[in-house]
Design a protein around this ligand. Sequence first.
Ligand code: NAI
Length: 293
Amino acid sequence: MLNIDLRGKKAFIAGIGDDRGFGWAIARALHQAGATILVGTWVPMVNIFTMSFNSGKFDESRRHPDGSMLEFANIYPIDASYDTRDQVPAEILENKRYKDVEGFTVSEVVQKVCHDHTSIDILVHSLANSPEIKKPLLETTREGYLSALSASSYSFISLLAHFAPFMNPNSSALNISYLASEQIIPGYGGGMSSAKAALESDTRTLAYEVGRKHGLRVNSIRAGAYGSRAAKAIGFIDQMIEYSEKNSPLQRAIQASEVGNVAAFLSSDLASAITGTIIDVDCGLHAMGVAVS
Ligand code: NAI
């Protein structure tokens, strides 16, 4: 029997803030396949996330089909918009949710992870942020646009650049993209469509660079619409899900676990020749040329 076997592998997943997003679903799948899970949680969410986890709020969604529970070896507070402490603006350092948190920039988190675990085998980037997501691109400010690119695209380059020297050969890095990278999705604003286009382009270039330099693989999962916390903030996710149910070849929307399963495959040795690739996990919606409903 051919199984996805991630036993002995360590995965760092950046972008888990509750049990309703793709990061959580990916953690579940990788853990079920045997990987040790290390989590990076955005600084403003880390207290509530850790408290909820410890209080048992997530117990139902932690449970695997065999009755065992999803476990995290560590939860690291991270803000992937900053690489080093000297880049962090004073008002962030003084913010009540940041001021008592040590070492939350990318370089500091990578240092902590490598101090605790020496190396990793799987890097997952499941995060995005745009302060002006509800604004059309035409009305997006330079600051808002660059902030979306910084948090949603450059953060992947930075995480990979810092982790790469500590990733074992044949390791895998993954990010989560969206169809708005190359097709018009009205309302997906604030520079987020541009950020996803950059993320996909960077996936190819980085696959070449870290493939040659470190023997690593880099891929992107382009996920269909799903009602996570971040997606609900955009405001029209329910219509996108309904659109998928009516128009995708499979006539349904995706489940987060389907993204998790593909992430587990791509992170495994079964995908050893796959790199620089964008894989659509959207019930085939990307292939439709016209709406049928
Ligand atoms: P989510 O809300 O579960 O995950 C986004 C995470 O990013 C949150 O945990 C948030 O705290 C974190 N985050 C935001 N800014 C951060 C920063 N500066 N540093 C560190 N973490 C930060 O939502 P979801 O939807 O699971 O998002 C995960 C990825 O999937 C994102 O890249 C998103 O664009 C992508 N995606 C989502 C789709 C959807 O319909 N939900 C469709 C296609 C892609």
